[in-house]
Ligand binder design. Sequence first.
Ligand code: ADP
Length: 535
Amino acid sequence: MSKILKKITNLVCQPVFVGIITFLIALIITQTIAFKIYLLEKDQDLDKVKQESIRIKEQLESSLINSITSTKIISFLEERNLLTDHFDSVAAEIIADNKFIDALQLVEGTVISNTYPLTGNESVINYDILNNPASKSGIQNSQERLELYFQGPFDLKQGGKGIVGRLPIIKNNEFWGFAAVILKANTLLNAAGIQSTGINETYIYDLIKVEDQINESSYFFHHEIDYLEGIYHKNFVPLGNWYLYVKYINPPHFYKALPFSIMGILFAITLSIFVLYLTNEPTKLRNRVSVKTEELRLMNNSLQQYTNKLQNSNNELEQFAYVASHDLQEPLRMVSSFLSLIEKKYSDKLDDKGLQYIHHAVDGAERMRQIILDLLDFSRIGQINEEVFKVDLNKIIAEICSMQQNIIEQKNAQIKFNQLPVIIGSKVQFTQIFQNLINNALKYTKQDIIPEIHIGCEDLDDFWRFHVRDNGIGITPKNHEKIFIIFQRLHSKLEYEGTGMGLAIVKKIVEYYGGTIWLESEIGKGSTFFFTIKK
Ligand code: ADP
């Protein structure tokens, strides 16, 4: 279970997966917005088509109102037998004022008795309207409604296409006939404000007659389109039982929403690439870090190998120095003791020169013994684990002073020290440090000047910092490094006794305790040796 979970987590953390998810989310959001815009624009298109349909319907109805008035006048006059021979003059009067009426008729029963204008309409005189099968339902409708009812559009007897509106005339409570009005197709379209083709740049129109059902002949225009699809509006015109259809030819809502959709897709792609880049960056960084870590590990390994080698050769060297200095002592002691024996036994047989030679030899052996002892001390540091105790440095300084009592008195030297700390370490090693520094301060003094030596300590949190200051001969700065190197001396043994090991031993012990040693000094101005010890 946890494995599956881990696999899923791994997959989800993949930059490609993050990129795909970002793309999908951005795509869904932008496409939803684009779709909303599409719906909004579609609503607007629907609204426009509806407005257009209402406008056409209103225009049509307002123009047909004239027909109602005209037929009512004819009917009124005929019902009261006032029309008699005045039909033509009345009709002429009416038509002159109504540009949307093509002709007026009087129908007696179902036979057309009068028509105005007669010219062009002669063929309809005495025409029984029942002869036209298309008129039958219309005649019935008009009779039932007792108000103006339009029929058509259909082919007119006198030629051409048009609509006929009939208003029943009732005389003495009996149906007498109709007052009829004729509107040719073009007149009707003009009245409605529709072009003769039924199409303009934006809309396509049709007027459909509703009888029992809609069939082919019910359409005014025979456009081969489905009005019930796309953006359209259907309006009922009761005056003629018509449906007025208005349809948007190329509704713009799709093209208005399309740029948003395309921009959304581009945005989703850009965003996902950006996210992919961003999520890839840590992976690249991680890879770079792991490469660098590996390089570092290899370097560390080789460094460790070098350190080990160095450590080994150091150990061997120290071992060698220790063994050599230890083993050399015995023959040296033999040389010294045999020389002493010669001096004792044969002193009376030796002349002054012989005695002087023996003296030099003993002196040399003594110096060599000192060197070997120093070397032994030096090689012991860090190799033989000294026992570690609390060491009171004040006591150590006091012991050193009492050991050097003779020289102190001889030179009338003054040794002062502040309260020094108690530290954890080897008593032997701290004695070696202070002994060498104090001995040097007592040794390298200026003639005729009382040597003053000051020893102090400062607490530096993690370290102790000690100093041993003298007013001796001083050391030129160019030799400040050199004097810490083994056997390096700045004076001959005739000037000052010594082996050149003292400061090398001090440095090695100080570094063993995690510290450093340095000095401030100038020729003739005394020297201050500083050293630190890690707490
Ligand atoms: P050594 O004293 O046995 O010669 P050191 O290693 O103690 O060896 O000192 C090295 C050299 O540093 C000395 O030969 C001496 O020239 C110089 N030196 C050490 N301490 C002082 C000092 N306090 N004042 C002047 N010179 C000094």
